[in-house]
Ligand binder design. Sequence first.
Ligand SMILES: [Zn+2]
Length: 257
Amino acid sequence: MKIRVLGSGHSGGTPMIGEGWGNADPKNPKNYRTRPSIVVENDKTRILVDTSPDLRVQLLAANIEHIDAVLYTHGHADHLNGIDDLRSVNRAMNEWIPAYTDAKTWSDIVNRFNYVLEPLKNDTNVFYKPCLKRNDITVGQQFEIGDFCIGVMDQDHGFMRTLGYRINQFAYSTDVVELPEESFKTLNGIDTWMVGALWEEPHITHAHVDKVINWAERVEPNRLILTHLSHRIDYETVSKRLPEFAELAYDGMILEL
Ligand SMILES: [Zn+2]
């Protein structure tokens, strides 16, 4: 399986409006970060996790025009608001796209983008809007998409809960500040773990770099990838101080498992 980081940035992206590049060296292309989303795929199946506001640019850069399923972690704007760009994927595929998330996130989607679930008007088969097929999942559930076995984890994001996903031997945990014991069990035996780490100082809704490294010392993945990085993270500077098993994500990064 292959994982492609479409966006490795936090909600503001790097550079960020009003705050620019922060600590990040503008000369290093790995510091240019769009909003968070990833693609997980094998020869048969391609899964998109979250639809960031930069989705159009990300899918064009990755040359992606076919998606078998979308998983949503939660309804925050930086993870959801690119949903409209799925319309072009519907058109390219000439099909509806199955989407999976919990009841809370579906209610966010229905409140803000209800049209994605509505039937096409007048029996047209022209995708004039994004078209998603709703699938409800819950924490602790396991289900399959193609050959992928997916486990759903509960995560504490400060003022709300988010979903983490284990996909075969890979897991994606973004927008998390505390992990319940049950979720550590779901992570047992994974090979590669991609985790949101906002910056180097503690934060109330996001884990910071050292906190994620402490979690990883317990989970013991072969590889730890830190993502959802803000403009306060300079790729070169922070990479240097990470333990051997850990690396920073960057836009366009590809992992093979
Ligand atoms: Zn969030």
